[in-house]
Design a protein around this ligand. Sequence first.
Ligand code: UDP
Ligand code: MG
Length: 311
Amino acid sequence: MLSIILPSYNEEDNILVATERIGSLMRDNNIDYELIFVNDGSKDKTWEKILEASEIDENVMGVNFSRNFGKESAIFAGLKHANGDACVLIDCDLQHPPETIIDMYNLWKTGEVDVIEGRKSSRGKESLLYKAFCKVFYSSLKKSSGIDMKAASDFKLLDRKVVDALNDMPERLTFFRAMSGWVGFRTENVYFDVKERNAGESKWSVKSLIKYAINSITSFTSAPLHAVTICGLIMLLVSLIMAVNTLYNKLSGNSLEGFTTVILLQLFTSSIVMISIGVIGYYISKIYEEIKARPRYIVSEVKKKKCEEER
Ligand code: UDP
Ligand code: MG
C-alpha cells in the first residue's frame, strides 16, 4: 500500500479537489492507497473539509494538530501515522503534479530504489526577490554542507525502511529535504514542473522564509561555527602584521602615528567578536531547544479511515 501524506494549512478549497484528483488517479492505476491529511492548525475550515473527504473516500484519514507547528512537523506526523509500504509526500495545493506519483510508484516497484526525490525542472512562478533569495540560500547550503538542494522539494517517495529510519531520528529541529538524503539508501530522481497553486495562497512570508533558511542551515551544518574560528584566525594574522608594524613604529620613535589603526582595530575586532558570540549563542539556543525534548507536534484528534473504523 502507498501512503500519501498531505500537510495542510489553511487549504479548505484544496482538500476535496486533492482527494478527488489523487484518489481517482490511484484507482485508475490500481494502486492500493491511503491519503493522510495533516491539518497543521488551520484557521479556516480545513479540518471540516478533511472530515468531509473521509466520508467521500474511505481511504482518507486525518491528523489534527492542536495548533500550527509548521510543515516540517506536519510531514513527520504524517510519516508516523502512515501504514503503507511506501510514503509519498505531496503539497495539498496541487503544485506538485499528482501524475508524478505514478512515475515514482513505478520506479519504486522495480525494487531497486528506496528514496525517490521529486526535483523541480522549473521553479514555477516566483518573484524576482524570492528567486534571488533561493539562490543565495542554496549556494551557501551547498558550500557549507556539500548537499545540492537547488532543485530539491518536499515531493518524495520513501520506502518503509527509510520512513522507519526517519521516525527513529530523535531531533526536534528537522530539515526534511536534507534528512531524507542524509539517511542514505538508494536514491533516484524524478523531475516535475511546479504548477500554479490550485486555490488559496502561499503560506510563506519573507520573515518565515528567512527563519526557515537559518533554521535549515543550522540544523544541518555547523559551518557557521567554523566560520567563526576562521574569522578568528584571519584576525590573528592581521594583528600579527599590525603588531610588527606597531613595534617598528615604537622603536623608530613614531608611536603616536598609529592611533587611527588602534581605533580601526578596536572596531573591527569587537564587531567580529560580537558576531561570533551571536552565532555561538544561536547554536546554544538550538541545543536548549533540543534538550527540552518537547514533542515536534501535538495531535488533538485523529480521524481514522472509514474502512478501518468499520472493522
Ligand atoms: N503547510 C503546512 N504548514 C505550514 C505552512 C504550509 O502544512 O505552516 C503546507 C501547505 O498547506 C501546503 C504545503 O505546506 O500543502 C506548501 O505550502 P505553500 O503552498 O504555502 O508553500 P509554497 O508552495 O508556496 O512553497
Ligand atoms: Mg504551494
